[in-house]
Design a protein around this ligand. Structure first.
Ligand SMILES: NC(=O)c1ccc[n+]([C@@H]2O[C@H](COP(=O)([O-])OP(=O)(O)OC[C@H]3O[C@@H](n4cnc5c(N)ncnc54)[C@H](O)[C@@H]3O)[C@@H](O)[C@H]2O)c1
Length: 381
């Protein structure tokens, strides 16, 4: 079945999504849906035109409203700054389109919840781009937990650190202005960590958080002497209680000197432990108490064809896959849901749940207090 794509936002993720759609066809074949690059939109006319040509779309427009109403578009793909997700997704759903939206779903739990309800009412596929959930390593770790190999999970300790915004000379972007982003390191990076924690351990019950902005002003434009205030956090750290009785510490920094893409976590259970870093994407480190030998200790498992999603790329273990491959697995799940009605994990209800935790964390950091996540509103399942 042809799946005609209307992409909105021709920046980093717009390109990553298109690359993933094109390669999903090659990796999985047309049975899961054949992507057709129908229409691309960017508020920047030059970006829209160039991307249309380079990425192989048939048509371009500056106006995203033309995408959500276009009769030749089946799925609206939203890769704009966060502020536009809600308005575009809502309009797309109202026009009966399937929606694929980058994370975080919206700027608030209330908006995300409303979108989740509307998507359900319209009966369309609603997918949030939490790609770390689609990582074969994440599914292997999920299996270790579900099969009882780790025993009772006691702790989840994770961080998502990058130093991408460490340089104070880097100009202000939409990521630093709360109106556009919703939050700083928390929504941008921490939401990925929360998505993995949600998938692996389930709901967070209560949080206590501390945040800090280290670089308080940035140039208005490259090289400009005019400084603009940074409105949101560079760093956040959270203590969390999970509904299942586990406890967690989660943190994120976008000014983490020396860290490039350090999504790291360790899960300790009564029978085993596992730790993982996205900078070593293909390696999962495991320890089981059943090993009584004198040389027991953590050992490294390389991802291979035994692990969900891996073997579409390579038949043998230890041949590295990367970020763009995980995006391929993500869009394949989306295409397959549209074409064959297969189940998928990161729907808008999942996205709303992450936004609920984000909202509780922001409230906790602002008020310097514990916050019950459910007080931010209820989710339906
Ligand atoms: N899943 C991931 O790993 C990941 C990684 C990076 C970014 N993201 C998310 O992807 C989204 C986009 O981030 P990015 O890094 O690609 O940003 P970006 O700045 O590289 O690109 C955004 C593009 O959207 C365009 N745009 C802005 N407003 C628009 C509008 N109203 N209509 C049409 N186009 C508009 C901009 O001109 C720009 O080309 C964000 O929500 C971000 O959180 C996810």
């Amino acid at each position: 079945m042809d799946v005609r794509i209307g992409l909105i936002g021709a920046g980093w993720m717009g390109k990553a999504h298109t690359y993933a759609f094109a390669n999903a066809l090659m990796a999985f074949g047309p049975e899961s849906g054949k992507p057709i690059f129908e229409l691309i939109s960017d508020i920047d006319e030059g970006a829209a035109k160039t991307a249309c040509q380079k990425l192989g779309f048939s048509r371009w427009t500056k106006d995203w409203k033309k995408v959500v109403t276009d009769k030749n578009v089946d799925v609206v793909d939203i890769a704009t700054p966060n502020i536009f997700h809600y308005e575009i997704a809502k309009a797309a759903l109202e026009n009966g389109k399937h929606v694929y939206c980058e994370k975080p779903l919206t700027l608030s739990f209330k908006e995300s919840k409303e979108l989740a309800a509307l998507a359900e009412q319209k009966g369309v596929i609603n997918y949030v781009g939490f790609n770390n959930v689609m990582n074969p390593a994440t599914h292997y770790i999920k299996d270790l937990i579900s099969s009882g190999k780790l025993g009772e999970v006691m702790t989840f300790r994770g961080t998502y650190d990058q130093d991408m915004l460490l340089d104070p000379e880097l100009p202000i972007t939409w990521r630093h202005i709360t109106k556009y982003s919703g939050s700083g390191a928390l929504g941008d990076l921490g939401s990925h960590l929360l998505s993995v924690s949600q998938f692996l351990l389930g709901d967070v019950q209560s949080v206590n958080a501390l945040s800090k902005t280290f670089i308080e002003e940035r140039p208005a434009a490259p090289g400009s002497s005019k400084l603009v205030q940074v409105e949101n956090e560079d760093f956040i750290t959270i203590i969390a209680n999970y509904k299942n009785g586990a406890v967690g510490t989660l943190s994120s920094s976008r000014v983490a000197t020396g860290r490039k893409n350090y999504l790291f976590y360790e899960i300790q259970g009564t029978k085993g432990s596992v730790y993982y870093s996205l900078e070593r994407l293909n390696e999962v480190n495991v320890y089981f108490t059943s090993d009584k030998s004198a040389d027991r200790g953590y050992r490294t498992v390389f991802l291979g064809s035994d692990h969900k999603g891996y073997k579409v790329f390579n038949p043998a273990s230890g041949i590295a896959i990367g970020f763009n491959d995980i995006k391929i697995l993500e869009v394949h799940e989306l295409l397959s849901a549209i074409t064959n009605n297969t189940p998928y994990i990161c729907d808008f209800e999942f996205g709303a749940r992450i936004d609920q935790v984000i909202s509780a964390v922001l409230k906790s950091a602002a008020g310097k207090m514990w916050v019950q996540v459910r007080e931010e509103g209820a989710v339906s399942r």
